[in-house]
Design a protein around this ligand. Structure first.
Ligand SMILES: [Zn+2]
Length: 191
């Protein structure tokens, strides 16, 4: 799949919106991305995760792990395509851990999956979980890299798309100057 084909899927499903958006950071942006909107559709999830699965097909992998919630659908689908076990880590008291009786064996080879990486915080936490169980990280696969090339997990990593984040302080926002309506994604219009 080409970059423009992937972008078209994101746009057609409403995952990628263009306009004038208030981000949770308080900054303004001309683009807003919500990966869950594309993962609503199993056929899109399947083709995007196939890119990740294909990239790691020749790697030695026993298990796929993902952080909840965002990574669940991606990890499950990548594991299905690679025919491997899938487990997830979930947040309790702000810290990710594996629960529900999930275990990792010593030297088990683990592929970490996620939907979107911005700072990579959740993935780094999952990598720590794998290491603390004396298992091995085989690689990290995710749908969208929004880190502007900044995140390096120090393991083979693959994303289906790199999408740069451009945002502005409200005082410096060119969209405000053009008097374009400001929208807070996921809620009613605020201005
Ligand atoms: Zn603005």
């Amino acid at each position: 799949m080409t970059e423009s084909e992937i972008l078209n899927i994101f746009k057609s499903t409403g995952a990628l919106l263009t306009g004038h958006f208030l981000l949770t950071s308080g900054r303004h942006s001309d683009r807003y991305f919500q990966c869950a909107k594309v993962l609503q559709y199993p056929q899109h999830t399947e083709v995007l995760c196939k890119m990740i699965a294909d990239n790691f097909r020749k790697f030695e992998i026993d298990t796929v792990i993902a952080p909840a919630m965002g990574g669940l659908v991606v990890g499950q689908e990548v594991a299905r395509q690679l025919n491997k076990r899938f487990i997830f880590a979930e947040r309790e008291d702000k810290k990710l851990s594996i629960r529900r009786g999930f275990t990792l064996d010593e030297n088990e080879k683990v592929l970490v999956c996620e939907d979107v990486v911005t700072t990579g915080g959740s993935v780094f936490e999952v990598i720590d979980i794998v290491k603390s169980n004396n298992a091995k990280v085989a690689g990290v696969g995710f749908i969208v890299d929004r880190s502007n090339g900044k995140v390096d997990f120090k393991f083979p990593q693959f994303s289906t798309l790199k999408m740069e984040v451009v945002s502005y302080l409200p005082d410096e926002c060119p969209l405000c100057r053009e008097d374009i309506e400001l929208v807070k994604p996921g809620s009613r219009k605020i201005k």
